[in-house]
Write a protein that binds this ligand. Structure first.
Ligand code: FES
Ligand code: FES
Length: 180
């Protein structure tokens, strides 16, 4: 899982803001959104509480489960471990941005076809990690999938089906891209 390590210049800019609420601009699923946040606000809370995007889940809230996984500049991160301020002006992708024109994304479709969930709480995070993997590696092996999902826990133990869904998603994406 990537970290949000900010360069020193960005850290200084962050430190200069607050301690009260400060307006920031987040680019979420291609849309520019303005929010007012305290510097301590996590990206996860900004998404869920300020923007009403509750797809990324809050489970451990301490960077150990992956339920809150979103993509930042294309890389999967734990949104509970990133400050919203650090993500200002960067491309944030959440599960809400995957479906297009009422049609599920091939990764979502693959999870349904493989019945790759039980309670579903980990599913948005799993799907976003698969998206990051397939962005970089459209033909992953099972080992690649396991490695990419190693930061996403499934308390229901649905791993075998989740891995199959990731491999099926790669095939669905390949055929969708061939048709476009
Ligand atoms: S809620 Fe963020 S890693 Fe568990
Ligand atoms: S399906 Fe329940 S935690 Fe993964």
């Amino acid at each position: 899982m990537a970290t949000t390590k900010a360069p020193r210049s960005r850290k200084l800019k962050i430190a200069a803001r607050g301690p009260g609420k400060t307006p920031i601009t987040l680019i979420v699923n291609g849309e520019t959104r303005e929010v007012l946040v305290e510097p301590r606000r996590t990206l996860l809370d900004a998404l869920r509480k300020d923007l009403g995007l509750t797809g990324a889940k809050k489970a451990c809230d301490e960077g150990t489960c992956g339920a809150c996984t979103v993509l930042l500049d294309g890389k999967p991160i734990y949104a509970c471990m990133a400050l919203a301020l650090e993500c200002e002006g960067r491309a944030i992708e959440t599960i809400e941005g995957l479906a297009r024109n009422g049609k599920l994304h091939p990764i979502q479709q693959a999870f349904i076809e493989e019945d790759a969930l039980q309670c579903g709480f980990c599913t948005p995070g799993q799907i976003m990690s698969v998206k990051a993997l397939l962005n970089e590696n459209p033909k992953p092996t099972l080992e690649d999938v396991k490695r990419a999902l190693s930061g996403n826990l499934c308390r229901c133990g649905a791993y075998p089906k989740i891995f199959k869904a990731a491999l099926r998603a790669a095939k669905l994406l390949e055929s969708r891209n061939a048709q476009e």
